[in-house]
Write a protein that binds this ligand. Structure first.
Ligand code: AMP
Ligand code: ZN
Length: 136
């Protein structure tokens, strides 16, 4: 299994760093985010090291998403969450700070202070340009 000796999440997988584990399967581990954005904020990681969304193998990504859904389904009953955000950051510009792929599973509450991180814009003609550029 691919591992990076300098990666803190690989160290959590190896048991070399502590983590508040809440779920595990063949391919993934889930644990509490050490600096939570809301009550119950968790992270799901693949056991195999992959840097980010562009690098992770599709079957590893699928395993992470399945685990994230498993956790999300527990959050209303276990925590009283009224909703959940799944968030992944790919690249420093997109706020990624730990370069071992992870999915944030963030329970949401009416009282929390999390806000939409973008201002909805009027795409104008650039909307068509972007669509054209992105079509495979
Ligand atoms: P990101 O900024 O999307 O790369 O997310 C990295 C997340 O990892 C942050 O929310 C950190 O609070 C969290 N984090 C960093 N180190 C640890 C750790 N040792 N245990 C748990 N969470 C961590
Ligand atoms: Zn790693």
């Amino acid at each position: 299994m691919a591992s990076d000796p300098d990666c803190i999440f690989c160290k959590i997988v190896a048991g070399e760093l502590p983590a508040r584990k809440i779920d595990e399967d063949d391919r993934t581990i889930s644990f509490m985010d050490i600096n939570p954005g809301s009550h119950g904020h968790a992270l799901v990681i693949p056991k195999e090291h992959a840097r980010d969304l562009l690098e992770i193998a599709p079957d590893e990504l699928a395993a992470v998403v399945h685990a994230a859904q498993r956790l999300a389904k527990r959050m209303p009953g276990a925590l009283g969450a009224e909703g959940v955000n799944l968030i992944n950051s790919c690249g420093s510009i997109a706020w990624q700070t730990v370069f071992h792929f992870h999915m944030h599973v963030i329970p949401r509450y009416s009282y929390d202070t999390i806000r939409l991180p973008w201002t909805p814009g009027d795409g104008g003609e650039r909307l068509d340009q972007a669509a054209e550029a992105l079509r495979a």
